[in-house]
Design a protein. Structure first.
Length: 344
């Protein structure tokens, strides 16, 4: 069952949830009051139901999401709910009293008792909406965990397929490193060291859900250094990598940024033209900001709406639901990407 179908089913269930009880309540009240009420008493009942709907969905879509995303504290959330329950109970009683006095002037309305009853009824709907939010949040978290497990298994499978034998590869790299040093080829030796570091990170990182940010940055730095070995001093290519802020004690899922950097080298570097890649990490106000800006010399579907970007967005949705913002701009042969992640 896809997401759209689930949404349709949920909407239909909510409509039925309110429509059937509302009809029965109005029918019961009309039968109880008989000829005294006439058609006029339907309106206060309908308004009462609408007020309950307002209370429930304001909590579902506004108050509880603000609390779950830590925009408000538990104390503030509780205060808002209690205040909403009382205000809506007063509003409901005022509407009922106005109709009763206007159409049935002989009826005595005890507003104090009705306010108390309104608070009890509103409290019931507030608790019901809270239980609904908790259950829905729990189900959502289980779905996310399941998706992350599937993604992790998929990554592990991909890397396992791409591995010949890790020990063989590392031994071969060490042998090549020794040969390069013996021949005084420092540049080749440095490149082998960077490649060994990258492979070690890829083999270890796939088994971890979270890694220190400084370790991820070290991996990216090795990747950049390895790429720079392709260029000579005469090439008009400018590559910068900056880190601002304190990156200690920050953990993130591995392999988030490498796709953007790989695309920058793939589509933004031309030996015959001026090319540049500017990469920046910044930590401030409990926010991780990543920016990459590069020239564009080749067509790149991943920079707009291609499969690459779609996969990245899906992974970010799983890893940071509601806690990230990704903005991409592609114009004048310049690609600019801003990724902001709220740190927990």
């Amino acid at each position: 069952m896809n997401k759209r179908t689930r949404t349709y089913i949920e909407v239909i269930c909510h409509v039925l949830l309110w429509a059937v009880p509302t009809y029965l309540i109005i029918k019961f009240n009309m039968m109880s009051f008989g000829e005294l009420t006439g058609d006029y008493y339907r309106m206060p009942l309908v308004i009462s139901v609408l007020i309950n709907i307002l209370l429930v969905y304001t909590n579902v879509f506004l108050f509880f999401p603000a609390y779950s995303r830590k925009k408000i504290t538990l104390v503030n959330y509780s205060f808002i709910i209690i205040l909403a329950v009382i205000i809506l109970a007063l509003l409901k009683v005022k509407i009922d009293s106005s109709y009763m006095r206007h159409y049935f002037s002989k009826v005595v309305v005890e507003e104090g008792e009705r306010v108390g009853l309104g608070i009890i009824v509103n409290s019931f709907f507030a608790v019901q909406s809270l239980l609904y939010c908790i259950v829905k949040e729990w189900i959502k978290n289980r779905v996310i965990e399941s998706s992350l497990r599937e993604e992790k298994l998929s990554l592990e499978l991909k890397y396992l397929k791409s591995q010949i034998n890790p020990h063989f590869l590392f031994n071969t790299l060490n042998n090549l490193y020794s040969v390069a040093l013996k021949n005084n080829d420092d540049e080749t030796a440095a490149g082998i060291t960077k490649l060994s570091h990258i492979m070690r990170f890829m083999l270890d990182g796939v088994n971890e859900n979270l890694i220190p940010l400084d370790r991820e940055i070290s991996y990216l730095t090795s990747y950049l250094d390895l790429q720079k070995l392709r260029f000579s001093g005469s090439d008009d290519i400018d590559i910068t990598f900056n880190v601002q802020g304190d990156i200690t004690n920050i953990k993130i899922p591995p392999f988030i940024f490498i796709v953007f950097i790989e695309n920058a080298f793939k589509f933004g570097i031309d030996y015959k033209k001026h090319s540049f890649i500017n990469i920046e990490f910044a930590i401030s106000d409990n926010m991780l900001k990543f920016n990459i800006r590069n020239s564009i010399h080749y067509s790149n579907e991943s920079n707009s709406s291609g499969i690459g970007l779609k996969n990245i967005r899906e992974r970010l949705d799983l890893l940071f639901p509601g806690n990230y913002d990704l903005e991409i701009e592609n114009k004048n042969d310049i690609f600019n990407l801003d990724l902001r992640i709220k740190l927990s």
